[in-house]
Design a protein around this ligand. Structure first.
Ligand code: BG6
Length: 505
């Protein structure tokens, strides 16, 4: 994510893109189409090659065909045969399994061979389940493949989950940092691949007019919503062990929170931006178990209709414990202990099988100190929200009050809006292009650093502990296709505030 507004994007140095889990869902659905889109945009180096690491022995030609099929299935744009041919001609397969002693030596031999042909830089992309992170990294470490020498770089890309709680996140960071240095690690959170999420930084810091009002003097509260219509579907075994909090909050929702709440970085570089994001997450107040229970609601869906789809009880999902108390909805109230935000609540909510797909950050400004317009029904007055829409509408909306034309002073709320699609024509993408490109040019602004991963877990740990202790008690059921459990309304309404509606504006 370069800060230069005029320069043509730089083409990365020659590199070898090594994918673990190359025949899996992530590699097929996102990584392959993203590489194709980069190739089509001329943003892959001329000397570029893909090495797919497989746990069973397969021929390079079969891998080539497999990736071509994946591209045909998941491409976001029409496929140009020449571009695809050039991309896949450089694919080769290596059979290496960390549980087979010495098998990574084969990978090393292949990479050494490529280095002799001038492709000295290696990007290791771990598109594998988290249990495989450590065994793979240990082997990469043993074979010296992560060692940067003679000006060649080595980068390691991993996907969430970065641990399942504070202790495991610390352990993972510790294990990784024994083998590689922090600057070599690229922890991907796909939310940061979204243009509108990246735009929060630009919106706040490239426009002078918002900063003076971006604080507790003018902001009443902030609402962060990620609601999904999707149910758990075939992900039962992963989801039942994870739940809405672990799946969404310390990663995706906290990315949104940190971009909205961080202090202005002194420079637009990875160190400054990531330090400010880490600082604000570390300032989220750590709640006691009682506070955590009082300031949160967890819910689980029961059968209902989402659009025209009938969804069954969460507990009847394949691979889910029939007595499961895992939450599919989480809402919480957080505060940030610093001068900018003291006293401003941040309300977060996320859930599955809800009435609509909506991802947004809504900043509610304080009302005018008194109303001169007493004749106006209060519900007609707009709530002075600034809404950063991420899905389904990508854009920014400002709501304010205005006079209704006519001889009397009647007031109504109106909206001023910017929609991305009205101004910019972007080719459809997977959202991974920027992230993969940034890994190749070595820009880690958009990637999480160890300290902010740990700060995120630290802030949610009291909720996880309190919920684990309470078991089924306090788990609120909600009907699929609604806006979540009634109790979630109670959480915000007791403070005299209201959630924004999930349907409509
Ligand atoms: C993933 C979660 O990280 O994010 C999924 O594991 C969730 O459960 C998804 O559905 C949501 O992403 P998006 O981009 O659709 O909001």
């Amino acid at each position: 994510m370069s800060s230069d507004t005029t320069a043509k994007p730089q083409v990365p140095e020659p590199c070898c893109f090594v994918i673990f889990g190359v025949t899996g869902d992530l590699a097929h659905r996102l990584v392959t189409p993203a590489l194709y889109n980069l190739a089509e945009a001329g943003l892959l180096p001329d000397d570029f090659c893909v090495v797919g690491v497989t746990r069973t022995e397969i021929q390079s030609q079969s891998l080539h065909d497999d990736l071509m099929k994946a591209l045909q299935q998941f491409a976001t744009r029409p496929i140009d045969k020449d571009v695809a041919k050039k991309l896949f001609d450089c694919v080769s397969a290596v059979h290496a399994d960390p549980s087979e002693e010495g098998s990574f030596d084969r990978l090393k031999a292949r990479l050494d061979e490529l280095a002799k042909r001038g492709v000295k830089n290696h990007l290791f992309y771990l598109a594998v389940p988290p249990t495989a992170f450590k065994p793979i990294c240990d082997e990469l470490g043993r074979t010296g493949l992560l060692q940067e020498e003679n000006g060649a770089w080595r980068r390691l890309v991993i996907e969430k989950p970065f641990g399942t709680d504070l202790t495991s996140a610390k352990q993972l960071n510790h294990d990784l940092l024994r083998i590689v240095e922090e600057h070599q690690i690229y922890r991907i959170d796909h939310y940061l691949g979204k243009e509108t999420v990246q735009n929060i930084l630009v919106f706040r810091f490239a426009n002078g007019m918002f900063e003076p009002i971006w604080n507790r003097n003018h902001i009443d509260h902030v609402q962060i919503t990620v609601s999904e219509v999707l149910d758990v579907g075939r992900r039962g075994s992963f989801y039942d062990a994870t739940g809405a909090m672990r799946d969404m909050v310390p990663n995706h929702l906290f990315q949104l929170l940190s971009l909205v709440a961080m202090e202005p970085p002194s420079r637009f570089d990875a160190h400054s931006v990531r330090s400010e994001k880490g600082e604000v997450l570390a300032a989220v107040q750590i709640q006691t178990p009682e506070e955590a229970l009082n300031n949160s609601v967890r819910g689980q869906y029961v059968a209902g209709r989402v659009g025209d789809k009938q969804i069954g009880d969460y507990r009847n999902t394949p691979d889910v414990d029939p007595l499961s108390v895992t939450e599919t909805f989480a809402a919480m109230k957080l505060t940030i202990d610093n001068w900018r935000w003291a006293g401003v609540p941040f309300y977060l909510r996320t859930g599955k099988a809800l009435t609509s797909k909506r991802t947004e950050v809504a900043i509610r400004f304080k009302q005018a100190p008194f109303s001169m317009f007493r004749a106006t029904e209060v519900e007609r007055l707009s709530q002075n929200y600034l809404v950063i829409g991420i899905e389904p509408t990508e854009g920014i909306t400002l709501q304010f009050n205005t006079k209704v034309p006519g001889p009397t002073v009647a007031i109504d709320g109106v909206e001023m809006g910017f929609k991305y699609r009205d101004y910019f024509k972007a080719s459809p993408s997977t959202g991974y292009e920027t992230l993969i490109y940034d890994c190749m040019i070595g820009d880690n602004i958009l990637f999480q650093r160890a300290d902010s991963v740990e700060a995120g877990w630290q802030a949610v740990q009291p909720f996880l502990d309190a919920w684990a202790k309470a078991g089924g008690e306090g788990l609120a059921l909600y009907r699929a296709g609604t806006d979540g459990p009634r109790e979630a309304h109670g959480l915000i309404e007791r403070d005299g505030r209201r959630w924004r509606r999930l349907n409509g504006s």
